[in-house]
Write a protein that binds this ligand. Sequence first.
Ligand SMILES: *Cc1c(COP(=O)(O)O)cnc(C)c1O
Length: 382
Amino acid sequence: MHKNSVIEVNKSAYQNNIDFLKKTFGKKVIFSSVVKGNAYGHGLKEFAKMAYNCGVRHFSVFDVEEAKVIFDVLGNNVTILIMGFVADDDLPWVIENQIEFFVFERYRLAKATKVAKKLNIKAIIHIEVETGMNRTGFTIPMLKKVTQFLIKEKEFLRFKGLCTHYAGAESIANYYRVSKQIEVFKKAEEIFIENGIQPEIKHTACSAASIMFPETRMDLVRIGILQFGLWPSSEVLVSYLNSKKNKKDPLQRIIKWKSEVMSVKRVKPGEFVGYGISFMAKEKMKIATVPLGYAHGYSRSLSNTGRVLVKGQFCRIIGTVNMNMLTIDVTNIDHVRKGNEVVLLGNQDETSITIASFSDFSNQLNYELLTRISKSIPRKII
Ligand SMILES: *Cc1c(COP(=O)(O)O)cnc(C)c1O
C-alpha cells in the first residue's frame, strides 16, 4: 500500500455541506451525490460509505465500474444512477440489480428492452434529452417515437426520469445558451404530455445550474463539486453571496492531502536543483524533498509555482515536479526534519492550501486536479 501520502476526508465538514445543500434545495428535491471520477478524487468506496452515514441515499456515477463499487458497499439501501457508459455485456447486471441508467439513443432503448424481457425484470430508465450541449441525448424530433416505444414496452421499461445536462452553467458567458437549453427541455416535457406518458421525476441541474438557475432543480439535483465544499467557479460563489446578507461561504472543504519530508539538505548559491536548469539557488538555501510527484497526480505544471505547507508556513516548490518526488524551499523554516508533515492540499494549523489557489497556479479546474489524484493513495475518513 502507498505510504508516501494520505488523503483525509472530513466527515463533519461533509455533513455541514450536505445540511446546507439540502436546506437550500428543500425537502421535496431528491439530493443525488455525483461521485464519478473516484468521487472527484476523494476515494469512491470510502466516500460512499461516509455519505451514506451522513444521510445520502442517491448516487450518480458515470459507468458500471463505479456503480459496482457503490453496490458492493451499500447494496439496495441506495439508488444508483448511471449517467454515462454501459457496455452491452453489463446490461443484465444493471437491470437485474435495479440500477438506474440514462438512455440517450435508440440502440440502448431497444437493447435494454430486449435484456429486460429476457430477465423478466423492468429496466429503470431515464430518458436524456439533447437540449443543446450536443453530447448525448435524444433530439426533439426523435421524442415522439420514443414516447410510442415507451408506451408499447411499458411492461419492461419503467420510465423513471426525464433529464438533460447543461453546457457550462458556471459561467455568465453561457447564460444565453443555458437559458435556451431550459426552453428546449420544456418543449421535450410537452411532447411527453401530448403523447400521454410522463416520467416519475424530472432532473437537469448540476451544482452550477442548481445555484444559478433555481428553476432547473425540479425533482432531483445531481450535485458533484458543491458537496466537496468547492464552488464550480468563483462566479457561482459571488452570485450566491450576492443574494445573501451574510457574505460568508457556507461550504467547508473536506479534503486534506498530506505527505512528509523525506530528506533535507543545504544548497550553495549558484547551484541548480533537480533536473536541468529550471531552478538555480541565488543564495544559501535549505531544501526538502517530498515523496510525491506527477505519478501520484501532483501536476508537473506546478513546477516552480506550486505551494505546500510545512509547520504552518507556505513553501514554494522549486525545480520540476518529478515522477515520484518534488523539492520545496524550507530555507526560512526552523528545525525542519525528515518526517515532518507536508500538506499539499487543505489545512495545517491556521493556514490552508485551497484548491482554488492551487488551480490558479496550474490553470487546472478544481475538477481535473481532484480527479487526477492517484487512486492508490489511501483515503481516510476522519
Ligand atoms: C458531472 C455531472 C454532474 C455534476 O456536476 P457538478 O458540476 O460537479 O455538480 C451532473 N450531471 C451530469 C450528467 C454530470 O456528468
